[in-house]
Design a protein around this ligand. Structure first.
Ligand SMILES: NC(=O)c1ccc[n+]([C@@H]2O[C@H](COP(=O)([O-])OP(=O)(O)OC[C@H]3O[C@@H](n4cnc5c(N)ncnc54)[C@H](OP(=O)(O)O)[C@@H]3O)[C@@H](O)[C@H]2O)c1
Length: 338
């Protein structure tokens, strides 16, 4: 048993971009970790880094309370870990792999009922449960099917398409028989989307020809929006009748100081009888098993592809998180404890 463990807490709220002062690391005595009867002590093995974390740093009303500054809480994060110790009412066994919201820490105490026990089937990886079979994949699945109502033959446009959510949306769209147009921020990402994922066409929003390339797509039936801002506005000007816009995320606005820039082209929603709707994946918790079953099958038979961007060491989580906002991540951003 170690004498101390490391955790990372919010040091100050960043007004704009996350910087080296945003978080600080602490060494805490292991003896502080005492489990109650219904709790488990988890030794964390993997962490997920997600754009939503930027929102959790804002002291604002949202779907979860803001992370507090200082020692009361570690930085919130989903993760994987193994049960290291447990209270007397806990049924799970020591050594069981679990997922949960463990935070940026080497050890976390949580209630047994706030963990998901995982037995990784053959052909899958433990880290799939932080990607396609975790928040990213579930977001893609319910956002595209429930909010987007995608149908065969329709035109689907996906922004943030090379990322964890976006690449899964592209694949679910193709499986549904849609024509899939992917928007991403580099030539390499576009090549991966066309060659590996098999999208109809990928276009680079940093290219000087982006506006023309975008217009060449024609009109769209579903726009799955991960980025907001100008790209959302452009998509609003290219709607087919009865189009659906899935507001999944708006990463271009997460680091904004003050209010994000508004949209202009919303009158097309009226003329094209279109819908625009936001959603939060946690509202689908009852239906996660349906999505996990479908996506597990695809991962196991190789028809669903995934990519990981792995960072080594908890201490590197604060400097890795900004990669999501610069486009420096190539795949699902995760931290392995070493
Ligand atoms: N509603 C929900 O319940 C829910 C749940 C999970 C995630 N989300 C949202 O889903 C989106 C994707 O999350 P993820 O975990 O899959 O992240 P990700 O796509 O793996 O990584 C973020 C990507 O966003 C792109 N990006 C960053 N800044 C941008 C900008 N200004 N304009 C355009 N693209 C930009 C970058 O790719 P490029 O290199 O292509 O620029 C970056 O790689 C986020 O908006 C997130 O908040 C929503």
């Amino acid at each position: 048993m170690p004498s101390h463990y490391t955790r990372i807490v919010l040091n100050e709220r960043p007004p704009g971009d996350i910087d080296p002062k945003t978080f600080r690391s602490e060494k805490v005595s292991f003896s502080e970790l005492k489990v109650k009867d219904d709790q488990v002590l988890v030794q964390v093995t993997w962490l997920s880094l997600d754009p939503a974390m930027r929102g959790w740093l804002r002291d604002e009303r949202s779907y979860l309370p803001p992370v507090q500054i200082g020692e009361a809480q570690t930085m919130r994060a989903g993760g994987l870990g193994v049960i290291f110790d447990k209270g007397k009412n806990v049924k799970l066994k020591i050594g069981q792999l679990v997922s949960g919201t463990f935070g940026w820490t080497e050890y976390a105490i949580v209630r047994e009922k706030d963990t998901e026990s995982i037995d990784v089937p053959q052909g899958l990886l433990d880290i799939d449960y932080l990607n396609n079979l975790g928040m990213a994949g579930l977001t893609a699945y319910f956002g595209l099917k429930d909010i987007g109502q995608i149908k065969a033959g329709e035109t689907l446009v996906v922004s943030g398409a090379a990322g964890a959510v976006g690449s899964m949306v592209c694949q679910l769209g193709l499986r549904a028989g849609a024509k899939v147009y992917a928007i991403a921020g580099s030539q390499d990402k576009c090549e991966w989307l066309e060659k590996e994922i098999g999208v109809t066409k990928a276009i680079n929003y940093r290219s000087p020809s982006f506006r023309k390339d975008f217009k060449d797509i024609g009109y769209l039936d579903v726009y799955f929006d991960n980025v907001g801002g100008d790209i959302l506005d452009m998509c609003l000007s290219r709607l087919n009748r009865n189009a659906r816009i899935v507001l999944c995320g708006a990463i271009s606005a997460y680091n904004s100081v003050g209010k994000p820039k508004g949209i202009q082209n919303y009158l097309t929603l009226i003329s094209q009888r279109a819908k625009i709707q936001g959603f939060i994946v946690f509202d689908y918790a009852q239906r996660y098993p349906e999505a996990i079953a479908e996506m597990s099958r695809g991962l196991r038979d190789g028809t669903i592809k995934r990519k990981f961007h792995i960072i080594e060491g908890l201490k590197n989580a604060p400097s890795a998180l900004p990669l999501l906002f610069s486009g420096g991540n190539t795949g699902k951003l995760q931290v392995i404890y070493v």
